[in-house]
Write a protein that binds this ligand. Structure first.
Ligand code: S3P
Ligand code: PEP
Length: 402
């Protein structure tokens, strides 16, 4: 697919999706609350559509495709609700670790086997043999999704749980989001230091509306930063969000984007840009690609930390970024847990970007069409989190051809 260069961008990202992280949590919580909640504005992201279909499925084989939260949350949900299931996914899903979650669930009393490689999907869940312990230790540095998965099922355990997070904690706002959503469905958790305590409680069915997705919004900040002239409106988005990726407001302020609330919308417009950005992505890993591309094209030197988890997402995002940034003359150099982004000094006029079966590679590189003609391989990948991305680009004036 080709996106023709357009450096003046005006309009509304009307089809901005609802948060897939919030949607997938409320779907698990709702299932534990007897499916009696009224849920509004669930995300049209494929990850959420999968969760919607699979959480109450009677099928034995559950294919989560490439949806990480769906895989991790359903593993805990089916285990604790004593359902016999086989959980599988794409080839990439079979390379994304799940051993830490399986070990924790086994310690709790779940009977789970690996079908292929130890520590990775596919899994066979054979049921739950009664709660064996009330205290668990779990590493916090591989994926917060393991922690969220256990937290959500914890109140239905006969004796509740004390979960001690070990080592560095990554993606902490996602853990806080889990606690906050549990509270909105009537379940209290205590999260103090590295200890999460959940007593046995019952979820209350609730009416709940999902807000727009901040990770999806990040691409609109990138477009505004990169364009010569821009004014973009984002609907149904809150600055006081549960989503840690609202950090994009602060990051992009230094990269030349002003964001101000106008009624129920957020208005993005051009501001002034710095020469250097230092940022730790430990708690907002999904923003890294968006920010790296903007720095690379705008002549901003980046000093980044907290990118470790990018290696185990939809693709190895570090390698994918390094390969594709090279095509515009930029480098991402890794040196002992520090990454230096060396921006380009001369942009090409046309580039084809590979997307590595990763929605965020497609969505993060497309904004470069404000500066050059861009070809995107496998544009359909965006359906994982933002199926209407290309239509939204058209709505603000980009010209796209197959
Ligand atoms: O809990 C969630 O909804 C998510 C947590 C993050 O993953 P990690 O905890 O693996 O960093 C994030 O990258 C992912 O897109 C969604
Ligand atoms: C990492 C992501 O998702 P998941 O881990 O849920 O597949 C993402 O959406 O960028």
């Amino acid at each position: 697919m080709t996106i023709q260069k357009n450096s003046s961008i005006y309009g509304t990202a009307n089809l901005l999706p609802a948060s897939k992280s919030i949607s997938n949590r409320v779907l698990i919580i709702n299932a534990l609350a007897g499916n009696a909640s009224q849920l509004h504005n669930l995300s049209d992201a494929n990850d959420t559509q999968l969760m919607l279909r699979l959480v109450n499925s009677k099928d034995r084989i559950i294919d989560v495709e490439d949806a990480g939260t769906t895989m991790r949350f359903l593993t805990a949900y089916f285990s604790i609700t004593n359902q016999r299931k086989v959980l599988t996914g794409t080839q990439r899903m079979k390379e994304r670790p799940i051993g830490i979650l399986v070990d924790a669930l086994r310690t709790l009393g779940a009977d789970i086997d690996y079908q292929e490689k130890e520590g990775y999907p596919p899994l066979t869940i054979n049921g739950f043999n009664g709660q064996k312990t009330t205290s668990l230790k779990i590493r916090g540095d591989i994926s917060s999704q393991f922690i969220s998965a256990i937290m959500m099922v914890a109140p239905v355990l006969p004796q509740g749980i004390k979960l001690e997070l070990e080592g560095k904690i990554g993606s902490r706002p996602y853990i806080e989001m889990t606690a906050s959503l549990m509270a909105q469905f009537g379940v209290k958790t205590k999260f103090v230091g590295n200890l999460i305590t959940v007593t046995p409680q019952t979820y209350t069915p609730t009416e709940f509306t999902v807000e727009s997705d901040w990770s999806a919004a990040s691409y609109w900040f990138a477009i505004t930063a990169l364009a010569e002239k821009a004014e973009v409106l984002l609907p149904r988005i809150s600055l006081h969000s549960l989503q840690g990726d609202r950090a994009i407001v602060d990051i992009m302020k230094t990269l030349g984007v002003e964001a101000e609330i106008e009624g129920s919308q957020l208005k993005l417009s051009k501001g002034s840009i710095t020469k250097e950005l230092r940022w730790d992505f430990t708690h907002c890993p999904d923003l890294a690609q968006t920010v790296a591309v903007v720095c690379a094209a705008k002549g901003v030197k980046g000093s980044f930390t907290g990118l470790e988890s990018l290696r185990i997402k939809e693709t190895d995002r570090i390698t994918a970024l390094q390969n594709e940034l090279k095509k515009i003359g930029a480098d991402l150099i890794e040196e002992s847990s520090q990454w230096t982004l060396v921006p380009t000094d001369k942009l090409p006029t046309r580039v084809t970007f590979a997307t590595y079966k990763d929605h965020r590679m497609a969505m993060a590189f497309a904004p470069l069409a404000t500066l050059m003609d861009v070809d995107i391989e496998n544009p359909g990948v965006v359906k994982k989190s933002y199926p209407n991305y290309w239509n939204d680009l058209k709505a603000v004036g980009f010209h796209l051809t197959e």
